[in-house]
Design a protein around this ligand. Structure first.
Ligand code: HEC
Length: 384
């Protein structure tokens, strides 16, 4: 599925457009509210394998799945010229929902149910890209009054841009001690989500440090949670000590700042999947998204695409595991035959080799080999 998707990207051309996506259009808000409703409608079914597979519910479930699948139309192709990430996440989300819907129709209920339960990660990834002081107001308090578990509620708040409520719900979870293995998974996810909110949505070093401290000081927590918290603490402390600028940064300054943070994060890591630099990477991604949203055609655009690829490679979000590749590919296509395109190509190729290497060796499918070759030529300094 992923491969078809990349073929689509390869086949598409960059058409120039002056549509600005950083200011939410009214139709975006309307569609989003519709998604919110569909997501909530589905929750009671998602919580129960029996309800989800019962023939008497299938019509109503299918209706909401169809509504969620409408999503593709909200962010049109032109959005890619502004912020390829936004467009791509919307495509990934669409394919994800479509797959869940097809498998539901074919009777693979458990597969479909599990996919849909994690679909909220896409919503959150998109909404937490840039800082925001606004919370979506759900006047009817539909999440509060639902039958969801505290963790599910926290996730739905986060997915629907009710960030203050989400943060409160996550910190409540973090104040307990997880006892089961599922509890530990939910605990670390809550910690990561809460951090994304204080770092990216709120851009607040003090809240970030307080959050980490509230966990790091509790000796009764599992050892690896404490270790993570200790690692992040140093990075958050560094942020606290940074001189705060009140001045609004230009897109170029934002990209420079991100560049510095990434250089720092690389030094903190001792191996590629090392999480020591997470806070710096999260912050960097945030500044880069901001730069692209504010001035999609600024001079630092291609540098921003490259750095976003680097940041998302390091962050290793399982939902968006291919996003880094897309940024590298955009970088090569937008600035062929440059030093940056060569840097992007090396990163792109590394990721492809890693993805297709297993215990039996490396097998790269033909369509992927073709694309690699095409991108290699585009990044080459000699050819035209
Ligand atoms: C591709 C990116 C993307 C994805 C994926 C996404 N959204 Fe949104 N969402 C946006 C944008 C852009 C806005 C409007 C700008 C803003 O407020 O950030 C928005 C706004 C919202 C709002 C606020 C609407 C208002 O009236 O203020 C809600 C609620 C919402 N989204 C729900 C969802 C839900 C639920 C999902 C997942 C099922 C989801 N969104 C997935 C990009 C996305």
């Amino acid at each position: 599925m992923k491969r078809t998707y990349f073929l689509l990207i390869a086949a598409s051309v960059f058409i120039s457009s002056s549509v600005v996506f950083s200011k939410p259009r009214p139709e975006v808000k309307g569609s989003m509210q519709q998604m919110f409703t569909s997501l909530l409608n589905l929750q009671p079914f998602l919580a129960s394998p029996e309800k989800f597979s019962s023939p008497k519910n299938s019509e109503i479930i299918r209706k909401d799945l169809n509504r969620l699948a409408q999503f593709r139309h909200i962010f049109p192709q032109e959005a890619k010229n502004q912020e390829p990430g936004l467009y791509t996440i919307s495509r990934m989300f669409h394919e994800y929902i479509q797959d869940a819907r097809d498998r539901f129709k074919a009777g693979s209920y458990e597969y479909s149910r599990h996919r849909l339960r994690t679909a909220t990660s896409f919503c959150f990834s998109c909404h937490s890209r840039v800082p925001s002081e606004q919370n979506y107001q759900d006047l009817e308090k539909r999440v509060e009054s639902s039958q969801l578990t505290p963790f599910e509620k926290a996730d739905v708040f986060a997915a629907t841009r009710q960030f203050d409520k989400a943060l409160k719900a996550y910190t409540d979870i973090l104040s307990a001690v997880p006892s089961t293995s599922l509890g530990i998974v939910e605990y670390t996810r809550s910690l990561r989500r809460a951090l994304s909110i204080t770092v990216r949505v709120k851009q607040n070093p003090k809240e970030t440090l307080d959050l980490i401290d509230s966990v790091a000081q509790r000796k009764e927590l599992p050892e690896f949670v404490l270790r993570l918290a200790q690692q992040w603490r140093k990075d958050a402390q560094f942020w606290m000590e940074e001189k705060e600028t009140k001045k609004k940064l230009s897109p170029e300054e934002l990209v420079q700042k991100a560049q510095k943070l990434i250089s720092r994060a690389v030094l903190l890591q001792t191996f590629p999947a090392d999480e020591n630099g997470d806070i710096s990477y999260l912050r960097a991604s945030n500044y880069l998204h901001e730069a692209l949203e504010e001035a999609p055609q600024s001079q630092s655009r291609v540098e921003a695409l490259y750095l976003l690829g680097v940041a998302y490679s390091a962050l290793q979000d399982p939902t968006l595991w291919d996003l880094d590749r897309l940024y590298f590919e955009s970088c090569i296509r937008e600035a062929p035959h440059t030093d940056l395109s060569r840097k992007c190509f090396h990163r792109y190729a590394d990721k492809v080799y890693m993805g297709y290497t297993g215990s039996a060796g490396t097998f790269i499918p033909q369509d992927e080999q073709k694309r690699l070759e095409e991108l290699r030529k585009l990044s080459d300094s000699k050819s035209g």
